[in-house]
Design a protein around this ligand. Structure first.
Ligand SMILES: [Zn+2]
Length: 231
């Protein structure tokens, strides 16, 4: 079948544009030119789950440790607008989303601040849930402009997270899994869980794409400032 609206010339032009786009791309993991993500770096995005405990004692399961290739890919997606990377990263997230087959559990994204949404034009946790093949339930919204969490210690992060989210509707006992992109201390997860509890949701688990290697959680931790989270 031929589409009368697209001429062979048009298709060639599209092909040239796609080729130019690809040639201008570099792998976020290793800077190899001409690829959005090379095969070895794609392999480094295989989920390798790690559990993190929040200040309130909740367990958060993260698919990846926020370092090396994974950290560079996440930064490229979050800060440089490379949303195509949400596909392989969403595949990693899918590994830690507890199996929901046959049960009524919804995936609730941690909300993105208005400023971050305006800067990016997309909400990172929500995009990741979609790329993991699940429809997100937007039960939370950002309540106030939260300060950048970078450089804050555990207690400062907890204070900063307080009042940062609110429920958009009542849960009436609905079972939900809280999903964020990167967990650092877990203060944001604690705050979001508390708000969901109070609104009548039952938070059955919390998962993230990645966990920053802090507090000696991982022996490989080095004080690399590039692993600091940007909200
Ligand atoms: Zn690479």
């Amino acid at each position: 079948m031929t589409d009368p609206t697209v001429s062979p010339t048009g298709i060639r032009a599209l092909g040239r544009e796609a080729l130019a786009f690809l040639l201008a791309a570099t792998c976020p993991g290793c800077d190899e030119p001409g690829t959005l993500l090379c095969d070895p770096c794609r392999g480094r995005l295989q989920a390798s789950p790690v559990d993190v405990r929040t200040p309130q004692g909740r367990v958060v399961r993260a698919a990846l440790t926020y370092e090396g290739v994974a950290a560079r890919c996440i930064r490229r997606m979050k800060d440089d607008g490379e949303t195509l990377l949400a596909r392989p990263l969403g595949t990693a997230l899918a590994v830690v989303l507890p199996s929901v087959a046959g049960s009524a559990v919804s995936m609730v994204p941690v909300p993105t601040s208005g400023a971050a949404f305006r800067r990016r034009g997309y909400r990172v946790p929500e995009l990741l849930i979609r790329r993991a093949g699940v429809r997100p339930l937007r039960a939370l919204s950002a309540a106030h402009a939260r300060r950048d969490q970078r450089g804050l210690d555990v207690s400062a992060r907890a204070r900063n997270a307080e009042g940062s989210v609110r429920a958009r509707f009542q849960g009436a006992g609905a079972r939900v899994i809280l999903v964020d992109d990167v967990v650092t201390t877990g203060a944001t997860i604690d705050e979001a869980s508390l708000v969901l509890d109070r609104a009548g949701f039952e938070v059955v688990a919390a998962v993230t794409l990645a966990a920053t290697p802090l507090h000696g959680r991982h022996s490989a931790f080095t004080s690399d400032p590039s692993t600091t989270r940007r909200n």
